[in-house]
Structure formats: C-alpha cells, structure tokens
Design a protein. Structure first.
Length: 406
C-alpha cells in the first residue's frame, strides 16, 4: 500500500504555555529545596492545596442526594447563577432585584471571558479591546482568539511598584466610543497593584462619558480585603448605572480549580435587555459546548445558599487572605533586614492578593531557578501563596543574592 502524504506536516509545534511549562520543569527538578512561586494556586502553610471544610460538607450532603443528572440548561444551574449574583453584586442590589443582570454559568473565569469576548465580537464588531500593561497573559489570548484586536493602556509603574493612574486615565479618555476596557476588580494579576476606591470613583465618569464598555475580571474575590470589599468596583459600576460585563471565578476562593466553576454577568439597561442578552449568550454557548457541567456548580450553590456553610466558607477565605498577607509581611521583613533599608521592598505590603511584581529581570529570575531552585515566571511575578513558614527565609536569601550580584 502506498503511504498517503502527511496530512498534518504543515502544522507547527505548540511552543507550550510559559507558566504551565515552568511547572513541568519544577516537577522534574530533583532538588529537595525547590520552591514554586509561579502558577496561581493557593497553597496552605504545609504547601498543600487545601480542601475547604465548607466545600467538603457540601459535597458530603450532595452525596446523600444522588439522583439523575440530566443536561443543565445552556445558561447553567439556576441556584448557581443566583449565588453568583449575590456574591458579585450583593443580594439586595437594585440591578439584581430589577432583573437587569444576565448571568451565565461558565467553564471557570476563562470560559466567562471567552463567552463574553465572542458576544462582543458578534454584536460590537467595530470595538477593540484595551487591557492593562501588563495583564494576565491569557487575557490577550482569549480576546484575540475571539477575533478582537487587543491593545494596552498604561498601568504598572516599575519605578514605584505602584499605579500609573494619571496616564491610565489619559489613555482611556482618548479611546473610541464603545471600546472594551478590561479591568481587574481586585488582586491584579500579575502585579498585585489595585485601584483605590477613590481612583475607581474617578475612573467611572470617564467610562460613562466616553461610552466605554467595561469588562471586569474578578478571579480573586476574598483574597484582597474581603469578599464584600473586593467587589467594590463591580458594585460601584452598577451603582453608577453603567452597562458592563463581569467574569468571576470560584477556582481560588473555593480551592476548586479542576471543577471549572465561573460566571459571566452582563449588567443591562433593563430586564428586557437582560433577557435578550441572556438568550444570545446561550446561543453562543450552544455553538461551543452546549451546556456546563453539574457537580461543581451544585457544590458552589450549596455553600452559597446555606447560611451555616456560607458563614464557614467566609471564615475560611479570611484565613487564606490572612495567610497571604502574613507571607507578604515575612518576606518584606526578611528582605528589609538583609538590605538594612538600602532598598525599598514596600511594594510587597502595598500590593494585594496572590501576586507581586518583584522587579527582578529575566536573567535574575533565571538565576533564581538555576542556582537556588526558586521558580518565578520570567516577568518577575511572584506567587505569594507559594511561600510558607518553611521556605520564606530561604526565598528571601536567594532573592537578595541575585539582586546584590546583579
């Protein structure tokens, strides 16, 4: 038999995801002292992914209620969607009670971003997207894959470890009408630099006057200042009467990564528009995966809908948040002592959430990995939750060595 020509010979190899590829290298590293500060996972002080007690209780309760598992509706489990609205906007928010929010259950926060991006490309074909400089790498990938052109607006100030807010506002004030602006609600990925409430109050009139479409990514609710506090931006936008998108995720605050539980909410002008938008979001989902999975959504809905479980989960998120803050403080203290105040590491305390931008160069990051078995992504982003009481001092010493020898 004559062999047929290679059908796939023209396809280039996949270069791999830089963060997931780094994790593969970490797993293969035989050094006993290795430390992973790259991937965005929350670990406890023993270096383990926690199983939250509220989640465990909810799953045990659901095991006693095993029954048929039909397809969910395209928009997802009703109790899950209601829970998303309560968590993101607050149960008594006027936009919720008026029924003018269209909410979809999605495949994690990434799924929410992609479903929203597809909707925007279809119904706002002239709109282009602006993301912060820098932002989570997958933001650009997801929007470009949906056919949208992606640009950046000024955000991170490398000189101060803070925010270029004036430059950000100036850029947004010059954008075309109905441009899409990707914003982080809290715990900015990758920098950890957030807008203050006062800065959000200054930004909102610009969004309104320029008729910009805000798309808020809220992947870390509860890891900044608290579950309610971290929703400030979303609720302020809704209070101001803006119409906008919100992608939220339960991966981190439920330690529920593999269940892919997220939501996409679109705040609309009225209930009629919300119903129309929901229908078209359903049509978009039908074109991709038809319906979302059941198990994770039932667990999240169970926790958010049960007063006792909700209280327990709220307390557990507070424990995670406080541990992240404690690791920031310990790393800062160790570096401050080593440098005797000659170098400012205050960004570790002012930045919030799981990530910090260290200011380390690519070559310094490479040296950390090669010489000290400390793994960061090459941008210098450090995942704070990978630190613990057993490795924080060693990480500080390794960072000090590569900084001093630069």
């Amino acid at each position: 038999m004559t062999a047929t020509p290679a059908l796939f010979a023209h396809i280039p190899p996949y270069a791999g995801d830089p963060i997931l590829g780094l994790m593969d290298a970490y797993q293969a590293d035989p050094r006993a002292n290795k430390v992973s500060l790259s991937i965005g996972l929350y670990f406890d002080d023993a270096g383990r992914l926690p199983v939250l007690d509220a989640v465990r209780q909810a799953e045990e309760a659901l095991l006693r209620e095993i029954g048929p598992r039909p397809y969910l509706p395209m928009h997802g489990l009703p109790d899950f969607r209601a829970g998303v609205q309560r968590m993101v906007f607050g149960a008594d928010h006027a936009a919720v009670t008026a029924g003018r929010i269209a909410t979809m259950q999605t495949l994690g926060g990434s799924g929410a971003l992609r479903v929203g991006a597809d909707f925007l490309h279809r119904y706002f074909p002239a709109s282009e997207v602006w993301v912060s400089d820098p932002t989570w790498d997958n933001h650009r990938v997801l929007f470009e894959a949906a056919g949208l052109k992606v640009h950046t607006y000024p955000y991170y100030d490398a000189a101060t470890g803070g925010l270029r807010f004036d430059a950000m506002l100036e850029c947004l004030q010059g954008l075309p009408r109905q441009s899409v602006v990707l914003l982080h609600a809290s715990c900015h990925n990758p920098t950890g630099v957030d807008l203050s409430p006062a800065q959000w109050d200054a930004l909102i009139p610009v969004l309104r006057e320029r008729e910009l479409i805000a798309f808020v990514d809220m992947a870390y609710q509860g890891f900044g200042d608290g579950l309610e506090e971290d929703a400030f931006a979303v609720r302020a936008l809704a209070d101001a009467g803006l119409q906008f998108f919100v992608a939220n995720s339960f991966s981190k605050n439920f330690s529920f990564y593999g269940e892919r539980c997220g939501g996409l909410s679109v705040v609309c002008h009225d209930r009629k528009d919300a119903d129309t938008v929901l229908g078209q979001l359903q049509a978009g989902v039908r074109r991709i995966y038809s319906t979302p999975p059941t198990h994770g959504a039932r667990v999240v809905a169970k926790v958010l809908g049960d007063t006792q479980l909700l209280a327990g989960w709220t307390q557990e998120t507070a424990v995670m948040r406080k541990r992240i803050r404690a690791m920031r403080e310990q790393l800062h203290a160790a570096l401050h002592e080593t440098f005797r105040g000659e170098r400012d590491f205050g960004y570790l305390l002012s930045q919030r959430g799981m990530f910090s931008y260290t200011g380390l160069s690519e070559s310094q990051v490479d040296r950390l990995r090669e010489q000290h078995a400390v793994y960061l992504v090459r941008s210098g982003r450090l995942c704070i939750s990978g630190l613990n009481s057993g490795n924080v001092q060693a990480v500080a010493e390794a960072m000090a060595e590569v900084i001093k020898s630069a």
